[in-house]
Design a protein around this ligand. Structure first.
Ligand SMILES: [Zn+2]
Length: 342
């Protein structure tokens, strides 16, 4: 659960530095452990106030907190609109501890924690290097129907990105006050509709990289990349295995017994295919090059069709006679090689 630092200090979200300082001083005096001896409640409250002030009095941390709802020591790592992690602050045993399990962002570092702790406990505040930093990568998932994955398609994805505030040009202030456009954070979240080309033959779970569409970099560094993870909706008839496509094809007893040329539906359209004489149910045949195009090698997989003999449901004396005649054709019991138990 995220801590609302503004509420802790009892100030408005648009409060300026002077208001924040004033509120902090007033509360710190009231809840200071020296004036509340042996009062764990006051001590806890005092620490909350310190924590809130440490973040809101620092323009960098305040901006980060306003944008992410937390301060985690990894200011540039993975602004991810599709993932929400709670506040990671823990107050334990008199010191501040950070629950590392909440740090979901890739590349998250702890280089700023000492800095923040130093600030909290009156230590020396190390200046953070404000050099250029590459933006983080982002990932989104998109679902496409089987046929679009096979043929390739273009998808439009709404992507939320952090961009520089246009009102203040990223400064966070206008006329010495917190910028109304970004509430002093210097960045705003913009929703962009990105058109992304999904290549022919894309497989379920495959990622398409869109260079430079991740989080914006800082200090002139490049943006991260956007990875579009493609989820392929299964098809009713066609199933994919690697680059091959599998289907089951029903045939009549006569076609299976005498052999036939049948039409087999493939992702490339109907193909005339052979069922050799004496074909049993379950036999699989291959149509070369009628499968899915591999996104890397550009080579086509095959289509495999499995024959399934269907038996007529209508019973008639003629059918009875024909079936009896067919039974005569078996030279042995078809189950004679099967084990009768474990
Ligand atoms: Zn602004």
């Amino acid at each position: 659960m995220a801590v609302d630092y503004y509420r802790v200090l009892g100030v408005d979200r648009s409060a300026d530095a002077a208001e924040i300082k004033k509120a902090y001083r007033k509360l710190a005096r009231k809840h200071h452990p020296d004036v509340n001896p042996d009062n764990p409640e006051a001590e806890k409250r005092f620490k909350e106030i310190q924590e809130a002030y440490a973040v809101l009095s620092d323009p960098d941390k305040r901006r980060q907190y306003d944008t992410f709802g937390r301060v985690d020591g990894a200011p540039d790592a993975g602004f991810d609109p599709f993932r929400r992690t709670g506040s990671s602050w823990r107050n334990a045993g008199g010191g501040f501890r950070v629950d590392v399990s909440d740090f979901g962002a890739p590349g998250g570092g702890f280089q700023d924690l000492g800095d923040l702790f130093g600030d909290l406990f009156g230590g020396r505040r190390a200046a953070r290097a404000a050099g250029p930093r590459q933006g983080a990568d982002q990932e989104v998932e998109v679902e496409v129907p089987f046929q679009e994955a096979v043929r390739g398609t273009t998808v439009t994805i709404p992507v939320q990105r952090q961009v520089q505030c246009g009102t203040c040009g990223g400064d966070g202030t206008t006329d010495g006050r917190a910028c109304p456009g970004c509430r002093g954070s210097g960045v705003v979240v913009s929703t962009e509709r990105l058109r992304v080309k999904v290549p022919e033959g894309v497989a379920d779970g495959q990622r398409v990289r869109v260079a430079g569409k991740g989080t914006e970099g800082r200090g002139g560094a490049g943006a991260g990349d956007l990875f579009v993870r493609v989820k392929v909706r299964p098809h009713r008839f066609f199933t994919r295995q690697g680059d091959d496509v599998h289907t089951t094809v029903p045939v009549t007893f006569s076609e299976a017994y005498r052999g036939a040329e049948i039409e087999v539906g493939t992702i490339h359209g109907p193909v005339r295919a052979k069922v050799p004489p004496g074909t049993s149910s379950g036999r699989t045949f291959r149509l070369r090059g009628k499968g899915i195009r591999n996104t890397r090698t550009r080579a086509y997989g095959d289509h495999l069709y499995t024959v399934q003999i269907v038996v007529p449901k209508v019973m008639s004396p003629a059918g009875e006679e024909a079936a009896r005649a067919v039974a005569e054709l078996y030279q042995s019991n078809p189950r004679e090689d099967l084990p009768t138990g474990l």
